[in-house]
Design a binder for this molecule. Structure first.
Ligand code: FMN
Length: 213
């Protein structure tokens, strides 16, 4: 399997339209229930990324989060520990101490500038199909991540940006019948950025998979 990890610092150089089209073209092969293909995606290019980032940063600074698909309110064990471990790994690499509220706020706000990526894909799903269609979009995301990794394109999926749907809807043609699920920052990773040294761990196989005979 191709190595990948989330990048949280990007270089400004854009990805050629032909490469973007090839990545999302590959992901069109993703399977979905009854082949409904419910992913609805806007990919920003050029000045649109910057103007959307400005609007999202303003929304995040001033508004309360209210995602169209509710975020988890609580993470029971073992999810809480996994969540904490990935936060600790990121903040340690970035040199942000535990009690550094300002540093944490600045790091959180970088989500809304898409970590300076030249492109963000805002991913929605037709709400009339119900939650099973979200599963199809998750499978599609896996295809996109693999298609990017194959080409050396860096990515970071971001549920965070779904917390401010009005700003996204004001700037992008997102249908009323669609529900916003997440964003995906795309670009070339900044190899010198400490955040990009972050690597997360995974549980051993038997924590997630049982062979039943
Ligand atoms: C649906 C989804 C939403 C995510 N949302 C965010 C986010 O809002 N901000 C962020 O920094 N990372 C986000 N991530 C990245 C995860 O934190 C990351 O995938 C996880 O910690 C595993 O690390 P890895 O991607 O480097 O393997 C998201 C990942 C997924 C799949």
């Amino acid at each position: 399997m191709i190595e990948r990890s989330s990048s949280r610092a990007f270089r400004p150089e854009p990805i050629d339209r032909a490469v973007l089209a090839a990545i999302f073209g590959d992901a069109q092969r993703a399977p979905s229930w009854c082949n409904v293909q419910p992913w609805r995606v806007c990919v920003t290019e050029g000045a649109k990324t910057k103007s959307l980032a400005e609007a999202m940063i303003a929304a995040a600074k001033s508004g309360l989060p209210h995602a169209e698909v509710p975020f988890p309110l609580d993470y029971p064990p073992p999810y809480k520990q996994h969540r904490q471990a990935c936060g600790i790994a990121l903040y340690q690499n970035m040199g942000i101490a535990k009690g550094d509220g300002e540093g944490r706020y600045a790091a959180w706000l970088r989500n809304y500038g898409f970590f300076d990526a030249p492109h963000v894909a805002i991913v929605a799903c037709d709400r009339r199909l119900g939650p099973y269609a979200y599963l199809d979009v998750g499978v599609w995301l896996g295809y996109v991540l693999a298609a990017c990794a194959e080409r050396g394109i860096a990515t970071c999926p971001m549920a965070s940006v779904a917390a401010y749907p009005e700003a996204l809807r004001a700037h992008l043609p997102i249908a009323e019948t669609d529900v916003i699920l997440f964003g995906l920052a795309l670009g070339h990773a900044d190899p010198d950025a400490p955040a990009n040294r972050t690597r997360t761990t995974r549980e051993p196989l038997d924590a997630n998979v049982s062979f039943c005979s």
